[in-house]
Design a protein around this ligand. Structure first.
Ligand code: MN9
Length: 309
């Protein structure tokens, strides 16, 4: 199995002022991400507003990212849906268009409360793309399903032939470590909280999927490099910058603020659809002032290596 490595950007879905898809912006986004050192794309997840898009929109966004990536980095399509039938069809579509991996959250309106229930749901979703590796997207704060992932992987592997791993967005580092070590490290378990990447690296993570890698990949690359070279104090300093950046972004609706930052960097991705919405012009300016005051516009783009800094 090919494992995901380094920094996978959870991509944004470019929208125009009316809130419609603005797919012309996908190519410039992908070029920006690849130039900044991104090694994979995770499309239509929480960051990409997958849950706020129509199924047709999701197909179009997925196809646009696969086309723009042009085989240079793996493209993962998030297909989770409250209707498992829709999710299975989105899986099939992802396979048809040449995506590399599928991933899905579980249904969240009616909660999935048991390991068996989760395995049954994900088996249905994964069956739509039998040739692609499947990663369950564990994000209990949003789905409301806090199933033990060691149990899910153990039981899921018996029923889901293409189960490859997890996108693990929960703060339970001990469980994350157990998942990585399970069955001699058979599963690819990818970390999903950017503000705790260092902790995840310490427990064995080799890749992260996240939203802030869209705007600060060079910072995180340096963090990974510093940790890998044993410079833990430097890695901690870099993580502290990321924590401060995320704290600043969290003073606003987070993803609309992230899209505003991409706008400041010249990438016109618009705002978010409701319920998230977009920042007012005044908020964009106050966000810019706050990010400037913490030095974000310098350290988020600097490619200095650890030894230079
Ligand atoms: O996909 C992202 N989670 C959500 C992962 O958007 C819910 C993370 O990258 C967070 O945005 C990030 C900031 O809290 O860790």
């Amino acid at each position: 199995m090919n494992r995901l490595t380094n920094l996978i950007a959870a991509t944004y879905t470019p929208l125009n002022a009316a809130g419609d898809l603005n797919l012309d912006q996908v190519e410039p986004m992908v070029e920006h991400l690849l130039e900044s050192g991104i090694t994979g794309l995770y499309v239509c997840g929480s960051t990409g507003e997958g849950m706020s898009l129509s199924t047709d929109d999701r197909r179009e966004v997925a196809a646009a990212y696969v086309k723009a990536a042009a085989g240079r980095v793996p493209v993962i399509i998030q297909v989770g849906h409250n209707s498992l039938d829709e999710a299975r069809q989105l899986s099939a579509h992802a396979q048809e268009i040449g995506a590399d991996i599928i991933s899905a959250t579980c249904p969240s309106y009616f909660k999935v409360c048991t390991v068996e229930g989760l395995v049954d749901c994900m088996a249905e979703v994964a069956s739509g793309a039998p040739d692609l590796p499947f990663y369950y997207y564990h994000i209990p704060t949003l789905t409301g399903s806090n199933i033990d992932m060691v149990d899910f992987l153990t039981q899921g592997a018996k029923q889901i032939s293409n189960l490859a791993g997890l996108k693990y967005t929960a703060a339970t580092l001990h469980e994350f470590q157990e998942c990585l070590g399970l069955q001699d490290g058979r599963f690819d378990v990818v970390w999903g909280f950017d503000e705790m990447l260092l902790g995840a690296l310490a427990t064995g993570a080799t890749a992260g999927i996240g939203s802030t890698y869209n705007i600060a990949a060079p910072l995180y690359r340096r963090l990974i490099e510093a940790f890998g070279s044993g410079y833990v104090i430097e890695a901690r300093r870099l993580q502290a910058l990321s924590i401060n950046m995320i704290r600043t972004l969290n003073q606003y609706p987070f993803h609309p603020a992230m899209k505003a930052v991409l706008g400041m960097k010249g990438l016109d991705v618009g705002g978010c659809r409701l319920p998230q919405g977009r920042l007012s012009d005044a908020d964009v300016e106050s966000l810019r002032t706050k990010l400037t005051s913490i030095g974000f516009f310098e350290w988020s783009v600097s490619c200095l290596t650890t030894s230079d800094s």
